[in-house]
Design a protein around this ligand. Sequence first.
Ligand code: GLA
Length: 672
Amino acid sequence: MSDVMARLTARLGGMIAYGGDYNPEQWPREVWKEDARLMREAGVNLVTVGVFSWAWIEPRPGRYEFGFLDEVLGLLHEHGIAVDLATATASPPPWFLARHPEAMPVTAEGVRLWHGSRQGFCPSSPAYAEAAGRLVEQLAARYAGHPALALWHVHNEWGNHNAHCFCDASAAAFRDWLRERYGDLDALNDAWGTAFWSQRYGDWAEVMPPRATPAFRNPGQQLDYWRFSSDALLALHRAEAAVLRRLSPDVPITTNLMGTLEKKVDGFAFARECDLVAVDHYLTAADPQAHIDLSLNADLARGMAGGGPWLLMEHSTSAVNWQPRNIAKAPGEMRRNSLAHLARGADGIMYFQWRQSRAGAEKWHSAMLPHGGTATTTWRAVRDLGAELRTLRPVAGGAVEAEVAMLFDWHAWWALELEARPSVDVRYLDLIRHWYAALWRGGVTCDVVHPGTDLSRYRLVLVPSQYLVTDADAASLCRYVEDGGHAVVGFFSGVADERDHVRLGGHPGAYRGLLGLLVDEFLPLREKETVALDDGTTGTVWSERIVLEGAQAVRTFASGPAAGGPALTRHAHGRGTAWYVATRPEADALERILMDACGEAGVTPAVSAPGGVEAVRRAGADSAHLFVMNHTDETVFVPVRGTVVTGAARPADGGVEVAPGEVVVVRETAGA
Ligand code: GLA
């Protein structure tokens, strides 16, 4: 994958990709020329075209009109701007659902969702697959050899709006998927535990998607339905990719994934089907720690890209339009966000969208060229960043230094949050974010990776939450520690297998030997209840009664239902060490726990910087670049050795002073 990104960078003259979604169909032809001119002025070298152009390319069924795309691609090429051409399948035109009402998505309650927004189709609809397939054939045949074409952009944000459909076509496709997975009904009945509540199936026709029911739905059925739904979209992705590979074999293929912003789509599975990993990321304006979520998602993008560079396909220059209160970015925030992605392995910085729409549902979403045109702060920031990225071109291709891995798995996320669990407060992303933020505050960079990843190159592996784990992935973590690795495991991990069956023989099932303990009983806490630990810190959400079986108690509960029992344990296992955290520690306490583990594992931050300062190192073949991002309101001193490449930094003894909100990139001196 990194080769593909390197080829794209070379195609762009060695530059970091810079640009955004370009939707010229929303504008008269005269505007296109101005667009191309201003793109040049801003340093834009790559734009995504055609994401929502289906109705323009195929205005009536089977009638293809390429005039507008021919003209736009020609104009962009003349201006030296490369094109990431979308397959346009994300929004079927009104004629499609008028002809195929059966392709409308249906909710679990049986409500049909009509045309008039986007992604208005059932992922298992044969009519959609056929219409999309025909469109992609036409596009690929026409543009395969076009000189502007640098990348194919399959669909757009698979499953963002329509991942779960409960219609009859989905039911039939679900049965096919289950037949493939289980072979026969006995195996299905066993996997779903249908001995419970008289749910035994005697005929495939009785098997349904988990439509609305009077009481809890079968968890095995639900979990498989999440898997099936992600796979149904993946099948559509593969079908498009197959056409593109056949007709346009020289052009790499990507799709814009959404990381933690999309629960329903298994990002790792899609990443495996792309030549180049691309992601979108949007800040949650109400979250004061939104920049930490950005870092988490950038580290996950890198994890999906196998550690290599990736492309930031979309983020926003300022406010979005889809949150309750759409807060504009503060001066300098866009640059800080963009450079944080670059620091964490992005070799391309792109936005939604180039020119702000004047009509439609996204007209109040920011863009590179706002309604106010070139007289705006945002435009100036966009133009300045374009110039800065040209200066930063030697960063492209560099590998992000990370000695820690954090395990992330969509299947564990799906399973943890099914109905009827010990506590609704145990939320997958909450735990991932809480642990990630603690590590971030400690200044340590981590790769966010799938549990099946080879862990041997990491000094420390963090497992914030892994309710469901396959035998193979559990064995891999155990082996990693036995061979000398260090791991920290969060509560309620290792307890279920991939069918969501409880692992018997004592909790925490797969990790009882690794952690050297037995959980006698889970003792989840009441809403907002806190329990004290013996070091004066507190935990929330969870506690449990632990019997030590070789592990040592590092901290004990001082109050609550598990008072007197272990809250944090440490177990020497094989040649390595495994810690276990039996509650949701308050932020500072968790940071100390993880920093102690880092210390024992020999992990150090990229640089010793004050709290709230993000420092990440990208090392290329010739040089290493240290990115320092000051998220605080104070000027900070950061010890660095090297030359400041971009950003306002005041030289100080042994380092630099970095102003509030500023980003400084330092080309490090060898041996620093
Ligand atoms: C997503 C979509 C874009 C646009 C943006 C708005 O990322 O891919 O088409 O809707 O959201 O934030």
